[in-house]
Design a protein around this ligand. Structure first.
Ligand code: KG4
Ligand code: ZN
Length: 335
């Protein structure tokens, strides 16, 4: 038998030597469950809660209730899609924070219940840490050290990532998260929730130079961010246009706001990558879906000969695949 044939025969047993992980994520308003064989994603099911759209923001009490309704069926769906059974799972991973306390309780209690009932080890995962490594889930050839920008509705942080077990925070927002800035401006413009995708769409038709909005802390030495000044500036600006009988060009406002946010995010990330001599740049979290952020960051990284990864949408937004991926890495490094 040839070496290749022997390798072929060995392949299934080698693959099944990797742990089968069931991962659960309920930190905010998405109930997400994923099954992975090692770091290979077998299923990634996400149930988003549309109920919050009516209120222009997440209502924590409603989020918890929706998680309670969805968690068992979504877990069932994820196991089914992965063609496996809970009995076959080697470990259960769950997000333990940060997030909405009521939402986290649903996921953690459910995971603990499963772990106890089926006698499986429980791996506790930090939500932001999982976002940070989602670039490595998307592209396993991504190198270290990297600078990773995690931008979501609740977080805006810049990390230096040196390995799967070593990272440090370079900077974070001092007030609003970037996603919050998108959502609040969208609300002022009468757009739906979440606001980021609306701003992204409208910005394509607008003039980004129409209004000069503040770029908080952009020229400061630190890698911290601030978006509250931008939000206030947009509010006064809109009031001024309306008071003087003018007509608000929503697309121009959207394009100018988006440019201000993207300018700061890109400038700080590139400055950090230069300072630590990073070989790669990664963006993650819901705001990393923003088309201008992806294009601008990618172009800047390429110009500097750095790898650039923005995970595909279902690995960028809140998902359980990233929770299971990090759990798999932690299991392997503990062996
Ligand atoms: O990571 P995520 O799904 O949930 C957490 O907050 O953890 O991020 C949601 C945020 C929202 O603020 C939403 O407006 C923003 O991501 N977002 C976007 C885009 N898509 C989602 N912001 C800008 N442009 C987008 N295309
Ligand atoms: Zn998140």
């Amino acid at each position: 038998m040839t070496d290749a044939a022997i390798a072929e025969l060995d392949a299934p047993s080698r693959a099944s030597a990797e742990p089968l992980i069931l991962a659960i994520e309920t930190s905010c308003d998405d109930t997400a469950v994923s099954v992975l064989r090692g770091t290979h994603v077998l299923s990634n099911v996400i149930s988003s809660q549309d109920v919050h759209n009516l209120y222009g923001g997440i209502v924590p009490e409603l989020a918890s209730r929706e998680h309670v309704k969805a968690i068992a069926p979504i877990t069932h769906a994820a196991l089914l899609e992965a063609n496996t059974r809970i009995e076959d799972v080697d470990a259960i991973a769950v997000t333990v924070g940060p997030g909405l306390p009521g939402s986290l309780i649903v996921g953690t209690q459910f995971a603990k219940g499963l772990a106890f009932r089926y006698q499986k080890p429980l791996i506790e995962i930090d939500h932001i840490e999982a976002h940070m490594y989602s670039g490595y889930l998307e592209n396993p050839s991504l190198t270290f050290p990297s600078v990773c920008l995690v931008v979501s509705g609740g977080h805006t942080s810049l990390f230096l990532v040196e390995s799967f077990t070593k990272y440090s925070v370079l900077g974070r927002t001092k007030d609003d998260a970037a996603g919050e800035a998108f959502d609040k401006v969208a609300k002022m413009l009468g757009l739906g929730y979440p606001g980021g995708p609306h701003i992204d769409r409208l910005a394509k038709e607008g003039n980004a130079k129409a209004h000069e909005f503040p770029r908080g802390l952009m020229h400061e030495v630190s890698y911290d961010f601030s978006f509250s000044g931008l939000k206030t500036s947009v509010r006064y600006h809109l009031q001024h246009i309306r008071d003087s009988g003018g007509i608000v060009n929503i697309s121009d406002i959207a394009a100018s706001v988006q440019r201000a946010i993207v300018d700061v995010l890109v400038s700080k990330t590139i400055k950090a990558a230069d300072a630590v001599d990073a070989s790669a740049i990664c963006i993650a979290g819901g705001v990393s879906a923003n088309s201008e952020l992806r294009q601008t960051m990618s172009a800047r990284a390429q110009a500097d000969n750095r790898m650039f990864v923005a995970p595909r949408l279902d690995y960028s937004v809140d998902n359980a695949a990233m929770i299971g991926f990090l759990a798999g890495k932690k299991l392997t490094s503990a062996l």
